[in-house]
Every structure is written in C-alpha cells, then in structure tokens.
Ligand binder design. Structure first.
Ligand code: FES
Length: 154
C-alpha cells in the first residue's frame, strides 16, 4: 500500500494547501479512508504541516479517518430523505451503535456514513448496508437490520 500511496502523492506533487482536495479524494478512494500514515506522508512529501491537511480534510463531510466497518451503513440525508425524516434514522443508528457518523464501532463491525442523495428519491428515506438498499425505511427498522448483520457474523 505504501507504494500506491507514494504513487498517488507523486502525481499531486505540486499541490498547495488550497488544492489538496483531489489528492485527498484519490487516497480515500484507494484506502477507503484517510489514515494517519497517509496524512503524515502527504505532509512530509509536500512540506505541509499535518494540522493544515487535517484542517482541509475535516472541512469536508466526505472524508473518513477510520476504516469502514464490515457493515458500512450509508444513510441518505439528501433533500427528499431529509423531508422524510432521515435525521431520525441517523440519530437512531448512532444511538444503537454508540458511534457518530463517520466513525466505526470498536469491533470493526459497523460504520456510519451520512451521504447526499443516493439516487432513489422516490423511495425515500433510503439507507444502504454495503451495497444493499433499504428503501422507505423507518428508524424503528434499524434494530432488525443491525441484528441481521450481527447474525451473519455468528
Ligand atoms: S435524497 Fe435520498 S435518495 Fe435522493
């Protein structure tokens, strides 16, 4: 993975603080998240303080700083889903899993990501667990979905 990371950073060798976004996006695409190592390597290669890189990355919701869980729960919070009370679904997922959006449970089983429009607005509110979509979901449905995921690991 180090080689791949070096390769990506090399491609963006001349970026400045204001144009870090494509570099960070490419690394996240490759690793699934922005690891501490990757941030440090960017800092060393580009001569930027890591605090500046974190400053840019944390400004955008799209970046994760922990690896995804085995069951990655994406909750749509686009306009249509927002109208259909997706905020309740987010709150319930955070309550049940005891993590916040962008985090992963300590056992590595679950992670939560809040996303904008999953392209299924007519079926809102929508969530996805890995690649499986759950349309028209209610907050009360979450426990069953999470329990089913847990059952697959037993
Ligand atoms: S806003 Fe949720 S699927 Fe479009």
């Amino acid at each position: 993975m180090s080689d791949k990371l070096d390769e990506i950073i090399k491609k963006h060798q001349n970026v400045q603080r204001d144009s870090l976004l494509p570099l960070l996006q490419e690394i996240q695409l490759e690793l699934g998240y922005l690891s501490e190592e990757s941030i440090n390597r960017i800092g060393t290669s580009l001569g930027l303080p890591t605090s500046k890189i974190y400053g840019v990355a944390t400004f955008y919701d799209q970046f994760r700083f922990e690896p995804k869980g085995r069951f990655h729960i994406q909750i749509c919070h686009g306009t249509a889903c927002h109208i259909e009370k997706s905020a309740r679904i987010i709150a319930e997922a955070e309550r049940l899993l005891k993590i916040r959006q962008g985090q992963t449970t300590r056992d590595g089983l679950f992670s939560i990501e809040v996303v904008n429009c999953m392209g299924a607005c007519a079926l809102s509110p929508v969530i996805a667990v890995n690649d499986k979509y759950y349309p028209g979901i209610q907050a009360r449905d979450l426990k069953g979905i999470i329990d089913n995921c847990k059952a697959k690991t037993a």
